[in-house]
Write a protein that binds this ligand. Structure first.
Ligand code: ADP
Ligand code: MG
Length: 307
């Protein structure tokens, strides 16, 4: 049976500025309808998801509530695995029952070992969460919280080290071989390091596209499908001469990255992740939109990256 890892974008299901939980659930339901069709075709599916806006909301809630101690970032990441795992697990279960499929769905709380020597720990650059008014941002900086200032205002920045290994890899593989549809490594995984043989959580986030490719390689998936809010990766994105890409080779993708065609925190990590998957032996990788998961797999939607 062919294995596929499907990564669902955190921003794609929740607009950071306008998205409501109801809207997020509607998009999850639509996406799960597509995924149920893929399962019906006979694929063994493992799902993963992002958590950018969702973890940002948890941080904002913590900052607004002085009555309780704030939780560290690894714990906030675990919370997003729980809440999105729940939504996806229930929605997919419902869509499978509608299609007469009796497979089971399970979310695995997943820790991911990160590179402890990463320079991002001393020099964090990954912006997360909401924009803060200047007066609030200056208070946060005085408390030792790292912030950056861009065109739209102040944002918190945190370390985003490379993912190295999925701690729960074996149990994920066992569940897949039992025919369970697994949701794993949500939000790129809970970031941990190994210290004297023990695991310990760290204050960081992990790129879900990179962890998705690690997950796809680890379970021996043939296909790595990334679902986001655009149907195709494009050259000259957002300009008059935009060219949507149907199929590109690894070397073309590398050239386009060098030429700066892909957004730094958005499309570029997806392209880097699919390159990593293909280079470690993966067969097919596709970037497509949430509503076109099945057509992407059938070759009539999305951007396909080939060796
Ligand atoms: P996700 O939550 O799915 O990871 P992101 O916002 O991180 O979503 O990435 C998807 C976004 O990437 C799109 O909404 C689009 O605005 C942006 N993007 C940047 N560069 C490109 C490009 N070259 N082609 C297509 N989309 C791009
Ligand atoms: Mg993203």
């Amino acid at each position: 049976m062919s294995r596929i890892v499907i990564a669902i974008g955190g921003n794609a299901i929740l607009n950071p500025a306008r998205g409501s939980p109801v809207e997020q659930q509607r998009l999850i339901d639509e996406t799960c309808r597509e995924i149920a069709q893929i399962i019906r075709k006979g694929y063994d599916v493992v799902l993963t998801h992002g958590n950018g806006p969702q973890i940002g909301n948890i941080l904002a809630m913590q900052e607004e509530c002085a009555l309780v101690h704030p939780q560290p970032l690894d714990v906030c990441g675990a919370q997003t695995q729980g809440m999105l795992g729940y939504s996806l697990q229930q929605s997919l279960d419902n869509r499978l029952r509608e299609s007469g499929i009796t497979k089971q769905v399970a979310t695995v709380l997943t820790q991911v070992v990160v590179d402890a020597s990463s320079s991002s720990f001393t020099n964090p650059t990954k912006p997360i969460g909401i924009y803060y008014p200047e007066s609030r941002a200056l208070e946060m900086i005085a408390l030792g919280i790292k912030m950056i200032h861009d065109k739209k205002g102040y944002r918190r920045v945190v370390p985003s080290p490379m993912p190295l290994q999925l701690v729960e890899e074996d149990v994920i593989k066992k569940l897949v071989s039992l025919g369970v549809i697994v949701i794993a490594a949500g939000g790129g995984g809970i970031p941990v390091i190994r210290k004297n043989g023990s695991l310990a959580g760290v204050e960081a986030v992990i790129d879900k596209d990179l962890t998705g490719s690690l997950l796809a390689s680890a379970i021996g998936a043939e296909t790595f499908l990334i679902l986001t809010d655009v149907e195709k990766a494009a050259l000259n994105y957002g300009k008059d001469n935009q060219v949507d890409l149907d199929e590109i080779t690894v070397s073309e993708a590398e050239r386009y990255i060098e030429e700066g065609h892909f957004g730094k925190g958005s499309m570029e990590p997806k392209i880097l992740a699919v390159l990593r998957f293909i280079k470690s032996g993966g067969k097919t990788s596709i970037i497509s939109s949430l509503d076109k998961a099945l057509p992407a797999l059938l070759g009539t939607a999305g951007t396909r990256i080939i060796a």
